[in-house]
Design a protein. Structure first.
Length: 318
């Protein structure tokens, strides 16, 4: 909430002025105030050979459309409200109804104006959750009532977010939809630890895997995953760390191959464990991490130790 309150305190006078004189809602006035400050800054481009020239100021606007009877499948990002896209923030302020998941942060939900409809449909392991079919039915119902609807999902809606299933339901019902991407947990975790996901010296490929495949009745093809030129990202895998380490070692990766676990990526409570395929199960048992937790496997993890961008998260590392 600190980042949001700082933004509001900075822009409050101008937002109030806009709301008073133009009769627009305060939330929209706040966005317009932010953009007017941006617009007034402009840019100065400096040449490496001396001299400089002015360039046009940004032309971003928060006055886009939010259509009645349409569903917007929106990525809420990794949790940090400052990583939310401008379009997502605008739609949250404009939509009649917001249907949101468990991993959407309070700072993001605070952008929804008072009086707008909210529907919590989060899923959590070991707890009652709203069936996917009911979520789809709710989206169709709200849209058919003539409401503009934001379906708000943590991270990016198209990465293990069951977006395809909801698109199919909306298509069958004849409801228009729009997709607004968000920053996925993999990007946020890597940035928070100060490393890239790909690097010419470490990984020329990147693969996202759902650890749900590590269930008893189905496993990934470990042989295809055990590559040294690739970064592996396992989502929803905190309870499968042992199986992942064992599977990759049996498929040929060395015992000392790097692995990293990052919980609550991009949030103040971010915490992490860095180790190897051989010792990570023991490290996790000794120092448990909360969910949600992302698993990164690959030699790019070695860059954590020397990255200047990782200095700010040293207290969260173990």
């Amino acid at each position: 909430m600190r980042a949001l309150s700082q933004l509001k305190s900075l822009l409050l006078p101008e937002a109030l002025r806009r709301a008073s004189f133009t009769k627009v809602p305060f939330t929209r006035a706040l966005g317009q105030a932010a953009l007017s400050r941006l617009y007034g800054l402009g840019h100065i481009v400096r040449s490496p050979f001396g001299g400089s020239r002015s360039t046009p100021a940004p032309s971003v606007t928060l006055d886009g459309e939010c259509h009645a009877g349409r569903v917007y499948l929106v990525g809420a990002g990794s949790g940090d409200v400052e990583l939310l896209t401008l379009k997502a923030a605008r739609l949250l302020q404009q939509a009649d109804a917001v249907v949101y998941d468990r991993l959407v942060g309070d700072d993001v939900l605070a952008l929804i104006p008072a009086g707008h409809e909210r529907y919590y449909v989060g899923k959590e392991r070991g707890h009652h959750s709203v069936p996917q079919a009911e979520i789809g039915a709710l989206l169709v119902k709200l849209a058919r009532e003539g409401k503009s609807v934001v379906r708000l999902k943590g991270g990016d809606p198209g990465i293990f977010g069951r977006m395809g299933e909801e698109l199919a339901v909306l298509a069958e019902a004849g409801v228009r939809a729009e997709i607004v991407p968000g920053i996925t947990a993999a990007s946020a975790a890597a940035a928070g630890m100060g490393i890239p996901l790909t690097d010419r010296a470490h990984a020329q490929q990147l693969r996202f895997i759902t650890a749900q495949l590590c269930r008893k009745d189905g496993e990934p093809d470990w042989t295809t995953l055990a590559r040294r030129d690739e970064t592996l990202i396992f989502y929803m895998g905190l309870t499968k760390v042992g199986a992942i380490c064992t599977g990759l070692r049996r498929a040929g990766l060395p015992d000392d191959w790097p692995i990293m676990l990052v919980a609550n990526a991009s949030l103040p409570e971010q915490a992490s464990l860095v180790g190897t395929l051989a010792d990570m199960p023991g490290k996790l048992a000794a120092s448990p991490l909360p969910s949600p937790c992302l698993i990164v496997v690959g030699s790019v993890v070695r860059m954590v130790a020397t990255s200047p961008a990782g200095a700010s998260i040293e207290q969260g590392m173990r």
